[in-house]
Design a protein. Structure first.
Length: 201
């Protein structure tokens, strides 16, 4: 009976939050993550069940008559339902599962959330993934990683794109892009010189 899920949505969500919080202090570490509860021969990862419970809690809360993201109270509770379990999962060093929670923002966009917020969230995920993936690949003769450089370029491109979309000032957007890219390139060119000076000190 589907009424079961509506009746116990908050109860299941509360139980999952307690399990997620308890898992933070789990002494068992698997591949650097504390996201698994070890119960004898059985291993359980509460983060996987929490995704289901979070979706149920969101569905129940957003189906209430009069719900609107324009109301700060509704918006705050909606964000709390998404971000609290996400925070607990990050504290377990399980960032992969935590990133899945950002997909809930696609649903909020359908409910009226501004596109700029969705775009910012997607950009943050992109920065994180690219930065971590190429963090250990260093540029020659510099102390800058490829991940850091690519993230900086993405930030500049996205900032210029949003400036053009919202202000419709193509000349100002291109000018800003030229200035920021120029500063970054000059910094990269002179970084070996500064590194050599600091090594002499």
């Amino acid at each position: 009976d589907d009424r079961f899920y509506g009746t116990f949505a908050y109860v299941l969500f509360g139980i999952m939050l307690l399990l997620l919080f308890a898992t933070i202090f789990n002494p068992h570490t698997i591949k650097g993550s504390r996201s698994w509860l070890v119960l004898g021969p059985v291993r359980v990862q509460p983060a996987e069940f929490a995704k289901f419970a979070t979706a149920l809690a969101l569905a129940k809360f957003m189906s209430v008559y009069g719900y609107s993201l324009d109301k700060w109270k509704d918006a705050a509770f909606t964000l709390a339902i998404i971000l609290v379990p996400m925070l607990f999962i990050v504290m377990q060093r399980e960032t992969g599962s935590a990133l899945v929670y950002l997909s809930f923002f696609l649903m909020l966009y359908r409910e009226g959330m501004p596109g700029s917020i969705l775009f910012t969230g997607v950009a943050m995920v992109l920065y994180f993934v690219v930065g971590i993936r190429f963090a250990d690949v260093m540029l020659s003769y510099t102390s800058t990683s490829v991940g850091t450089l690519v993230v900086l370029v993405f930030i500049q491109l996205f900032t210029v794109a949003m400036l053009y979309v919202y202000c419709r000032d193509r000349r100002e957007a291109l000018r800003l892009f030229g200035i920021t890219m120029g500063v970054m390139l000059v910094s990269l060119l002179f970084s070996p010189f500064w590194l050599s000076l600091s090594s002499l000190d």
